[in-house]
Design a protein around this ligand. Structure first.
Ligand code: DMJ
Length: 639
C-alpha cells in the first residue's frame, strides 16, 4: 500500500513517471493483479505457516500447528492398541508429496529422524553385510517426531493400567489340592536353587556355569551383562521370592550398565532384556525397569536404517553400526528375528509416548504383507536391501518360529483389534497345514520343514512351542476351524511329548525326525542334546489352561522329575549332551531362559488360571508377560 500513497510535496509515482489517465488505469490494474498473486502465493505455497501466523488469529494458528503432536500423545496415553498407538506427525510422509521447498525441509526432517534413531549404521569389516551411508535415504520407517522437545512431557498412567487388569497378577488364592500346591512349591524351590547359585558364582555375568562355578558372558548381548538377572526378574516376582527379587532389582539399579560397546543380537536383546524389563515394570510399577527398557530400546533403533526398514540382525550398542549375521545367506535378515519385535516395540511406544518404535514394527509388517509368499508360506531369509526373499527355506522351528507367534499375540495384545495380524496368522497357518503338517507311519502328527518345495521330515525342539500357539489361536476360530486347530495343537504337543518319553532321560532332543524308520527320535549325534529349553512345557501350560486335561500336568511333572534327576548338579542346573543315555554328560551351562521360561511355565502349569491370566497378559517369546490392552474397560471407565 505504501507504494501508492501520495507523499506530501511529491507527485504520486504513476504521475511522476509521466503517465496519462488510461495508462494510469492500466498500470493500477496491473499492480492490483500482481498484489493478488503475491497474497495468494503466501497462503497457498507450502511452508507458508509463518506468514499465515501474521494474518490469522493467534489461537487458531497455535492449535493448527500443534494438533498432530497433541493427538499423538493423547492416543498413546489411552491405548496400546496397534491402531491407537501414537502416530508420527503427518510431516513424516512428506517425501511422497515433495514440494519446491521440500529438499531443504526433507534434509532437516531426515536429520531429526537420524537424531531420534541414534548414530547412523556404518561400514563393518569382513564378511558382514554393511550398511551404506546412502541407504537410509529410502528408509520409510524413520518416522521420528520432528521436534520431540516441543511435545508435552509424557507420563504413562500406571495406576490406570493396573485398574484395567481383570485379575490380580499373582492370582486370587482360590482353593487347590495339596498335591498341586506341593508340586508348585517344588518348582519354586528349583527356581530359588537356580537363582542362588547364579547369584553366588556368576552375578553380573550373563549365565552361570554350574560345574566350574563361574560366570559366562558369551557374545549375544553386545557387552550387556546380567542376562540371567533380567530374565529371572518376573519369575522371581511371580513366585513370590521376595528377597531374591529385591537382590535382582538392586543389581539392576546399581550395576546394570547400558553404556556398552559390543556386538549384540537385536532379537536376543529385545526378547530377553527389553521383554524382561517391560514385564517387570508392568508387574511392579517400579520406574527403574521402565527407564532402562526405554533407554535400551533407543539403542536398537539404528539397526532399522536400511533401504526397506527391515532391521539387520546384529548391532553395536555403542556405535549404532549394524550388519547381518555372517551365516545368513546373502546378507539377509532372519524372519524369526525381525518378526519378533512387534509386542515389545508397541509397548516401548506406549510407555514413552514416542511413536518411533511402533512405526518401525508397523513398517516391517507392511513389507511382509506386500511381499509375495511362495504357496502362502513365509521363507526364513529376507533381504533388508530389496525386501525380497533370499532363500526358500520355511520352518516353524528355528529361524521362523516366533514370527508366527507374534502375529497371533499381536492380535491378542491389541484386544483383538489388530485384524491385519490375525489375517496374516490365519493365512500362514492355513499354508502350514496344507504344505507342512504331516502324519508319520506310526500316527504321530508333526510339522516338517520346507526347502524350496522339498520336505525335510524333521521337527526341532524349538518347533514344539507351536502346540501352545495353535491352541491359543484356536480359541478365537469359528466352529469346525476351532475344533480342527485344537486337535492339531493337541496332536503336535503329544508328538513333542513322545520325543521326551522315547529318550532314556525323559528329556527331548534338540531335533527329532520322521524318516528312515525313526519316529520322534534324533537320528544324528549332533541333535541329541538338551539345553534346558522351554518349548515343550510351554505347550503343556497352554494346553492345560485351555483344556484342563490332567495329562498336561502329568507330563509337566515328568519333566520336573527328569530335570531334577539329570540336569540338577551341585551348583545349579545344566544342559546335557545326550538325552539317550542315563549317565549323560553336562554342558556346564545354566541358560537364562531356564529361569525366564522353563521354570515359569512349569510353575504356571501348577497354578490357578488367574495367575498371569491369559485374559490380561500375552507372553513374549521369552515368557515375559506383557499386558493386553483392555480398551473396552478403559473406555467404560470401569475400575
Ligand atoms: C528362547 O530364548 C526363546 O524362546 C526364543 O524364542 C527361542 N529359543 C529360546 C529357548 O529355547
Amino acid at each position: 500500500m505504501v507504494v501508492l500513497r501520495k507523499l506530501p510535496g511529491m507527485p504520486g509515482w504513476p504521475a511522476a513517471l509521466g503517465l496519462r489517465l488510461p495508462q494510469k488505469f492500466l498500470f493500477l490494474l496491473f499492480l492490483s493483479g500482481l498484489l493478488t498473486l503475491c497474497f495468494g502465493a503466501l497462503f497457498l505455497l507450502p511452508d507458508s505457516s509463518r506468514f499465515k501466523r501474521l494474518f490469522l488469529p493467534r489461537r487458531a494458528t497455535a492449535s493448527a500447528s500443534s494438533s498432530s503432536s497433541a493427538s499423538s500423545s493423547s492416543a498413546s496415553s489411552s491405548s496400546t492398541r496397534d491402531t491407537d498407538l501414537p502416530r508420527s506427525p503427518p510431516a513424516a510422509a512428506e517425501p511422497r508429496h515433495a514440494s519446491p521447498a521440500a529438499p531443504r525441509r526433507l534434509r532437516e526432517k531426515l536429520r531429526t529422524a537420524a537424531r531420534m534413531a541414534g548414530p547412523p549404521a556404518r561400514t563393518a569389516p569382513g564378511s558382514r553385510q554393511q550398511v551404506q551411508g546412502g541407504e537410509s535415504r529410502a528408509q520409510p520407517a524413520s518416522a521420528a517426531p520432528p521436534a520431540r522437545e516441543t511435545r508435552a512431557p509424557f507420563r504413562f498412567d500406571y495406576e490406570r493400567f493396573r485398574r484395567s487388569l481383570r485379575h490380580p497378577v499373582r492370582g486370587g488364592r482360590s482353593g487347590e489340592d495339596p498335591e498341586t500346591r506341593a508340586r508348585r512349591m517344588k518348582i519354586k524351590e528349583m527356581m530359588k536353587f537356580a537363582w542362588d547359585n547364579y547369584k553366588q558364582y556368576a552375578l553380573g555375568k550373563n549365565e552361570l556355569r554350574p560345574l566350574t562355578r563361574n560366570g559366562h558372558i558369551g557374545n549375544m548381548f553386545g557387552g550387556l551383562r546380567g542376562a540371567t538377572v533380567i530374565d529371572a526378574l518376573d519369575t522371581l516376582y511371580i513366585m513370590e521370592l521376595e528377597e531374591e527379587f529385591q537382590e535382582a532389582k538392586q543389581w539392576v539399579e546399581k550395576s546394570f550398565d547400558l553404556n556398552v560397546n559390543g556386538e549384540a543380537s537385536l532379537f536376543e536383546v529385545n526378547i530377553r532384556y527389553i521383554g524382561g524389563l517391560l514385564a517387570t515394570y508392568y508387574l511392579t510399577g517400579e520406574e527403574v525397569f521402565k527407564s532402562k527398557a526405554l533407554e535400551l530400546g533407543e539403542k536398537l533403533l539404528p539397526a532399522f536404517n536400511t533401504p526397506t526398514g527391515i532391521p539387520r540382525g546384529v548391532i553395536n550398542l555403542g556405535s549404532g553400526m549394524s550388519w547381518s549375521w555372517g551365516w545368513a545367506s546373502a546378507g539377509s535378515s532372519i524372519l524369526a528375528e525381525f518378526g519378533t519385535l512387534h509386542l515389545e516395540f508397541l509397548h516401548l511406544s506406549e510407555l514413552s509416548g514416542n511413536p518411533v518404535f511402533a512405526e518401525k514394527v508397523r513398517n516391517i509388517r507392511r513389507v511382509l504383507s506386500r511381499v509375495e509368499k511362495p504357496q502362502g508360506l513365509y521363507p526364513n531369509f529376507l533381504s533388508p536391501v530389496t525386501g525380497s526373499w533370499v532363500q526358500h527355506h520355511v520352518s516353524i522351528g528355528g529361524l521362523g518360529d516366533s514370527f508366527y507367534e507374534y502375529l497371533i499375540k499381536s492380535w491378542l495384545m491389541s484386544d483383538k483389534k489388530d485384524s491385519e495380524a490375525k489375517k496374516m496368522y490365519d493365512d500362514a497357518l492355513e499354508a502350514i497345514e496344507k504344505h507342512l503338517v504331516k502324519k508319520s507311519a506310526g500316527g504321530l502328527t508333526y510339522i516338517a520343514e520346507w526347502r524350496g518345495g522339498i520336505l525335510d521330515h524333521k521337527m526341532g525342539h524349538l518347533a514344539c512351542f507351536s502346540g501352545g500357539m495353535i491352541a491359543l489361536g484356536a480359541q478365537h476360530g469359528a466352529g469346525d476351524r476351532r475344533q480342527r486347530h485344537m486337535e492339531l495343537a493337541a496332536e503336535i504337543t503329544s508328538t513333542c511329548h513322545e520325543s521326551y518319553t522315547r529318550s532314556d532321560t525323559k528329556l527331548g532332543p534338540e531335533a527329532f525326525r520322521f524318516d528312515a524308520g525313526s519316529e520322534a527320535t534324533a537320528t544324528r549325534l549332533s541333535e541329541r542334546y538338551y539345553i534346558l529349553r522351554p518349548e515343550v512345557v510351554e505347550s503343556y501350560m497352554y494346553l492345560w489352561r485351555l483344556t484342563h486335561q490332567p495329562k498336561y500336568r502329568h507330563w509337566g511333572w515328568e519333566v520336573v522329575q527328569a530335570l531334577e534327576k539329570h540336569c540338577r548338579v551341585e551348583a545349579g542346573f545344566s544342559g546335557i549332551r545326550d538325552v539317550y543315555t542315563t549317565t549323560p554328560t553336562h554342558d556346564n551351562m545354566q541358560q537364562s531362559f531356564f529361569l525366564a521360561e522353563t521354570l515359569k511355565y512349569l510353575y504356571l502349569l501348577f497354578c490357578e488360571d488367574d495367575v498371569l491370566s491369559l485374559e490380561d497378559w500375552v507372553f513374549n517369546t521369552e515368557a515375559h508377560p506383557l499386558p493386553i490392552n483392555h480398551t473396552d474397560l478403559r473406555a467404560a471407565g470401569q475400575p
